[in-house]
Design a protein around this ligand. Structure first.
Ligand SMILES: Cc1cc2nc3c(=O)[nH]c(=O)nc-3n(C[C@H](O)[C@H](O)[C@H](O)COP(=O)(O)OP(=O)(O)OC[C@H]3O[C@@H](n4cnc5c(N)ncnc54)[C@H](O)[C@@H]3O)c2cc1C
Length: 280
């Protein structure tokens, strides 16, 4: 375990905004995790920070990183247990190596496996839960449990894990044979073309309302390119907010509020944030 006090968080969020946290702890195994969370309040589990906006003031939060828990273990043919800290891209590489199929549509998502499972991340009609067999969590009572997928509630970008604030320790996937390399290549290319990858961002800011696209609603409300301080509604992908270099936390919050209120007044639709915001 590595513990850093008064730790600068800016580099831990893909928005490149973040103040000084009370503590930042890197955990190496389950036992350490169980021990550390016993007496800590106000903890936040951080993956790659690709969906997390962090306040740039002083934070009372203890951030816990599970990045060192990044193993892949083949339990039996096609049954693969993965530590939460693993980069999702490494799982895709492993699937290619083993000729496993099922999650190719998600290739290019920059999060950890734990981060994706927490919110049932997905793309192009596939969600990570499609290939999950079970998830090992620490529940709200601090108990380590392995739960079969059938006993976990999940839907579009929502899971019981998120709602009950459980910690994802590992996930077991069930894969069939037949890796689709051309699908991975196609979607990675598409992401390079359609996402503002050269500017700090957190992916889609808002969930898509049922049957609609937030990006389209934002365009229709005339908000593409809208700027507040150093924050901008991306010209490349209007559901992305980008940091033009010197954005403050408050700029991102204000632009989110503006987009929500203008979309609401012009279309009557209430957008809901997909990104996670750490206030203090
Ligand atoms: C360019 C870009 C493209 C993206 N495209 C997509 C996309 O196509 N589809 C999509 O769904 N998302 C997309 N995202 C968003 C993001 O990558 C995903 O949501 C990803 O799952 C977040 O993983 P992370 O490790 O970065 O999580 P973080 O940002 O570190 O954390 C996000 C949330 O997950 C929680 N969390 C993380 N790990 C754990 C854990 N082990 N246990 C419990 N809680 C945990 C955190 O507490 C936080 O609430 C994109 C982001 C970017 C920057």
């Amino acid at each position: 375990m590595k513990l850093y006090k008064n730790h600068v968080m800016k580099e831990h969020s893909n928005m490149k905004i973040g103040g000084v946290a009370k503590e930042y702890i890197e955990i190496e195994n389950k036992d350490e995790l169980l021990e550390v969370i016993k007496d800590k309040k106000n903890i936040f589990i951080l993956g790659n920070g690709t969906n997390t906006l962090i306040n740039d003031g002083v934070l009372e939060t203890t951030f816990i990183s599970l990045k060192p828990i990044n193993y892949i273990e083949e339990k039996s043919e096609g049954l693969v247990e993965v530590g939460s800290g693993l980069d999702f891209s490494e799982l895709i590489d492993y699937m290619e190596e083993k000729d496993y199929t099922g999650l190719e549509n998600l290739a290019g998502i920059p999060g950890t496996v734990g981060g994706l499972v927490f919110m049932n991340g997905g793309a192009h009609g596939t969600e990570i839960f499609d290939k999950i067999s079970s998830v090992e969590v620490i529940d709200e009572k601090g108990i380590l449990r392995k739960i079969d997928k059938e006993n976990i509630k999940f839907s579009y970008r929502i899971t019981e894990i998120k709602e009950k604030k459980w910690i994802v320790v590992s996930t077991t996937f069930k894969f069939d044979k037949g890796y689709l390399k051309e699908v991975v290549d196609r979607y990675k290319l598409k992401r390079n073309e359609n996402h503002p990858l050269n500017e700090p961002n957190l992916g889609s800011t808002f969930k898509n309302p049922e049957g609609l696209f937030s990006a389209r609603l934002i365009i229709e409300a005339g908000l593409q390119g809208k700027k507040i301080g150093g924050a901008e509604v991306s010209m490349v992908h209007p559901n992305f907010i980008v940091n033009k270099g010197d954005a403050k936390f408050v700029d991102i919050i204000e632009i989110i509020k503006t987009v929500k209120s203008e979309v609401k007044s012009k279309t009557g639709i209430e957008l809901e944030e997909e990104i996670i915001i750490v206030e203090n």
